[in-house]
Design a protein around this ligand. Sequence first.
Ligand code: MN
Length: 248
Amino acid sequence: MLILLTNDDGVMSPGLKALADAFQDFGRVVIVAPDRNRSAVAHALTLESPLRAEEVRTDLFAVDGTPTDCVNLGIHGLLREMPDLVISGINRGANLGDDITYSGTVCAAMEATLMGVPAFAVSLDDTAHQGKNLPLAARFSRHLAAHLLDNGLPEETFLNVNVPAQKVRGMRLTRQGKRRYGDVVTRKEDPRGRSYYWIGGGDLGFEDIPGSDCNAVHEGYISVTPLHTNLTNDSSLQDLSDWQIPLT
Ligand code: MN
């Protein structure tokens, strides 16, 4: 059994360590992760500069690239065989609803799926990173991995797993929900009198959609959302079918 682990918080993240510890006797575990925090880089791939992978110790590589670079380089460059499973996480903070399109954690799992390797992303709704549920999230990941290896996943499908920070009441299969972002841009001035800006910050809300990932985590359930790589909105094909756009 060959498991490839990655994340977007960087190779030193406690979430990645917890995951690696949980899989210690599961087979060969290879970690290929960014050498620093690359959160919110989504599915970015480095094409205009070389990548370096430092083998910190056996089967632990720190890459000066994105999570997607790590999966790509891991599968095609560093490993001599295809992994049986790729797991990305455990992310510091949830990846719920619209977070998914920003998330380096989730897109690393998507990258593995594009390469035909089963994958899931796992995040802990705990940005304070007190880590109370980190061991539970790691154990759940192991159980889920065993289940996936036995049962497989539907084609082009991967899983987005989110673990609540509070007491866990169980697991729910969910749909992607809807975040409410604060739309906050904070303007500050640097010591030389020039403006700089911070995007985001503050508490994130969500829309109350029964069956969604946001609701499940809010109610204390581990959320497991099956995602697929094809983003076509099938139902809108019918709605837009009478469009006539002139060519010239
Ligand atoms: Mn992150």
